[in-house]
Design a protein around this ligand. Structure first.
Ligand code: KG4
Ligand code: ZN
Length: 336
């Protein structure tokens, strides 16, 4: 096989994923083994179980990724792996595996930041995006507004001061008895409800700066449910889901719109698991289009955790000559 073939690995949370990416843009395979059924009965990810599942799955997932891609170990150019942030025991499985492969096959090793991976999912859809770019990253663990002045040149404009947007979705889903992961379930319920039904806070929406805060909103929803329970009143769950989603999206859209205007970004990217949300995609695209800006969003399968995005970010780091040493370690906390 001809070209540059990057093996990407992702094990930072509850998906074991391996991908083969050709020349930084062609996804030859992107195998994702989800642990959702395993963690579902606990209502969230159990870190110790996640590590063990990654250990069981990783060899199978990598073999499948190579087979689907039609490449052999000999064809690989480099190995890129998520080195953080995430669950440290989960990350270690991917990092240790990648180090083993790199050593055995004498391949360069690239340690990828998980959030940079999410952002790079956009370069899989459109490899030649014009810098400078603005990106809203919304996942289960992160809510960031990031400015990209070039490949690998990221600057955080703002971030959440407490809960991430996806975390708020998951906690509200849990309180509504919807299960895990909550985002898609809240979105589905919200489609049947009226967004104006329950007044909920929109923290920091009108403030200067690009920081977010979602814990007050989450608490307001939980308090509403608790009070209704005490008084024996019924809550319209569809309306509550819709009101909650509207509050989250209002803030995300307003902050991103303002950042795009103030930073003069003609193209805006959306990334992370919450970017799979259809309502957010619609509202943000509309708000930006009204000011002559374009929103780029990866397909939903590349928004949630996957190894193709890690391989893509790894490819660009590799091209910049940024490889990891043999002592690459997993970092539970790793600032962007
Ligand atoms: O990026 P991701 O797969 O993992 C992290 O890096 O955190 O994001 C998972 C998060 C979860 O909080 C999940 O509820 C949320 O993304 N999510 C959604 C949707 N799909 C996934 N949130 C809202 N609407 C969705 N359709
Ligand atoms: Zn993620």
């Amino acid at each position: 096989a001809a070209g540059r073939f990057i093996l990407g690995l992702e094990t930072s949370c509850d998906e074991t994923s391996a991908a083969v990416l050709q020349d930084g843009r062609v996804i030859l395979s992107n195998v994702i083994s989800s642990q959702v059924p395993t963690h579902q009965r606990f209502g969230g990810v159990v870190p110790e179980i996640a590590s063990r599942k990654h250990m069981e799955n990783i060899t199978v997932v990598v073999d499948e990724a190579l087979r689907e891609a039609g490449v052999t170990w000999n064809d690989l150019t480099a190995v890129a792996v998520t080195a953080g942030p995430g669950l440290v025991g989960a990350l270690l499985v991917g990092v240790a595996y990648a180090k083993g492969v790199a050593l055995a096959r004498s391949l360069p090793l690239v340690g990828v930041h998980h959030i940079e991976g999410h952002i790079y999912a956009n370069f899989l859809s459109e490899p030649n995006l014009p810098f400078p770019l603005l990106c809203l990253v919304v996942s289960g663990g992160h809510t960031h507004l990031v400015e990209l002045s070039g490949h690998g040149q990221l600057r955080i404009l703002g971030a959440t001061r407490d809960d991430a947007a996806g975390e708020a979705y998951d906690k509200v889903a849990r309180a509504l008895g919807l299960g895990y992961p909550g985002g898609p379930l809240v979105e589905k319920l919200a489609r049947e409800g009226e967004a104006g039904a329950y007044p909920l806070p929109r923290a920091l929406q009108q403030e200067d700066g690009y920081d977010f805060s979602f814990s007050g909103l989450k608490s307001a929803v939980l308090n509403l449910l608790n009070r209704a329970k005490q008084k024996g009143e019924t809550i319209n769950r569809e309306n509550l889901a819709a009101s909650f989603q509207e509050a989250v999206v209002d803030v995300l859209v307003e902050k991103t719109r303002r950042a795009a205007r103030e930073r003069d970004a003609s193209t805006v990217l959306l990334a992370g698991g919450v970017a799979a949300n259809g309502y957010l995609r619609l509202r943000l695209a509309k708000a930006l289009a009204a000011e002559g800006r374009r929103l780029v969003v990866p397909p939903a399968i590349l928004c949630t955790d996957n190894a193709a995005m890690i391989a893509c970010a790894g490819y660009h780091r590799l091209m910049a000559g940024e490889t990891a040493a043999a002592d690459l370690n997993a970092l539970a906390d790793w600032p962007l």
